[in-house]
Design a protein around this ligand. Structure first.
Ligand code: GLV
Ligand code: MN
Ligand code: MN
Length: 421
């Protein structure tokens, strides 16, 4: 293993000690494990001579000054949080890649014209609050106080309360917003989380755009009843009604496969949840993803229609609440060209395709020209402890990231990238 690969490996390992469980890595949004990983990040950046700032919602921003101190920064980064049973690479690979780039700049004694930042975004995963990319939403003015009060975890703790626990007051959320004049560009390195690179035996992909989620919370209200004495004809079983709807959701998504739209029911709760009670209430959540907004919305309409049909056939009440409706994002073409040119110089043969997963990059694009680099995921597995990316592949991604950071942070390149923003 090369020296830089060893360094990447040991840094990744240091983060993955935090939240390691038998079921995978668990660094959930606004929990001790996430915060501990952010503290480690701040410590490692400080060791590289960077200035550290924690913003109003808990994003950690490490800054390496350039020759022009008031110039906009070239930022890289990703997130340190994970899903409940996460892998060792989603998010953290991009944070470690940022650190690796700064370490290389330091070793080579390179002073960039523009400042370089590494951002460890808080709470990218939607596992806890049903809302993703919380840190980058706040940074780009897309997180409202109402949402933060409304979105609750499964214990009824709101996002605002969870923030408060770490001394972040949601009333100050707008202080996290960064202006277009502060950021020159943003680059995120991430594992692909899909099988394309490995299938084609390629090492790098440049994302063209990012699919965004539309999310529903569905409440089915039937009637809780004695499981022994209530005849089959006399039931309003919320679980059966909800199941019927879930089966149809799969069908609706399959019928949109032309647009590559997907739909998932990953949260499904039954109340009161007792062996001897006909289920009275069910709450489930639907995550619809795709690059085609009309296709996502068609699925939402069909779910609503089907809900009305199930209501009348089963005598239950069904409420369909849209809890998120994000727009797919096209990433900056100028940055994509910088990435493609850098690949050429480095002898890399990249693929170019859109991302099905969400990323902080999708919010950052609204503030500055943004690019997203993928490195391969073994068997396309992600959000799973089996997630694996070879260190050599992350190191190649770092080579590309380093080259692009250098090109973007030196004066001669600035205007080129800006024109396409
Ligand atoms: C992020 O991992 C997502 O849910 O897309
Ligand atoms: Mn991620
Ligand atoms: Mn993820």
């Amino acid at each position: 293993m090369k020296r830089t690969e060893k360094r990447i490996q040991s840094t990744l390992d240091a983060f993955n000690v935090i939240g390691e469980t038998e079921e995978g890595i668990q660094r959930i949004a606004y929990t001790h494990n996430e915060k501990e990983a952010q503290v480690l990040f701040a410590y490692l950046c400080k060791k590289e001579g960077m200035d550290i700032k924690v913003d109003a919602v808990g994003n950690v921003i490490a800054r390496r000054e350039g020759r022009f101190r008031s110039a906009p920064a070239v930022a890289v980064g990703s997130h340190v949080d994970t899903v409940y049973t996460g892998g060792r690479f989603d998010g953290i690979a991009g944070v470690v890649a940022g650190l690796e780039v700064v370490r290389r700049l330091n070793e080579k004694n390179i002073r960039t014209d523009y400042p370089v930042e590494i951002i460890a975004f808080t709470s990218e995963e939607s596992s806890r609050f049903g809302m993703s990319t919380i840190g980058s939403k706040a940074m780009t003015g897309k997180l409202s106080i109402e949402q933060a009060v409304k979105q609750k975890d499964k214990d009824g703790v709101s996002l605002a309360e969870a923030m408060k626990h770490y001394n972040f007051d949601i009333a100050n959320v707008n202080e996290a917003i960064r202006s277009k004049t502060e950021l020159h560009s943003f680059l995120e390195l991430h594992i692909e989380q899909g099988p394309e690179l490995e299938k084609q035996n390629k090492k790098i992909a440049i994302a063209t755009g990012i699919a965004a989620p539309t999310r529903l919370c569905v409440n089915v209200k039937g009637m809780a009843a004695h499981s022994g004495t209530t005849s089959m004809a006399n039931r309003k079983d919320a679980l059966i009604a909800a199941s019927q709807l879930v089966i149809m959701i799969e069908k609706f998504a399959q019928e949109e496969s032309l647009h590559k739209t997907v739909a998932t029911v990953g949260v499904f709760e039954v109340f009161p949840g007792a062996m001897n009670v006909v289920p009275g209430d069910v709450e489930f959540k639907v995550d619809i993803r795709g690059l085609n907004t009309a296709s996502k919305h068609r699925i939402v309409e069909r779910i609503k229609e089907e809900a009305r049909a199930v209501e009348s056939s089963r005598g239950v009440d069904i409420e369909v609440d849209i809890i998120g409706d994000e727009q797919p994002v096209l990433l900056d073409e100028g940055i994509r060209q910088v990435l493609l040119d850098a690949c050429k110089d480095l002898g890399m043969d990249p693929m170019v395709f859109p991302s099905g997963a969400g990323h902080d990059a999708m919010n950052m694009q609204s503030v500055c020209p943004t690019g997203l680099i993928f490195v391969p995921s073994h068997n396309g597995i992600s959000h799973n402890p089996e997630e694996f990316t070879a260190i050599e592949d992350i190191a190649l991604g770092c080579d590309l990231l380093e080259k692009c950071v250098l090109e973007l942070s030196m004066e001669r390149e600035i205007n080129n990238a800006k024109t396409s923003g």
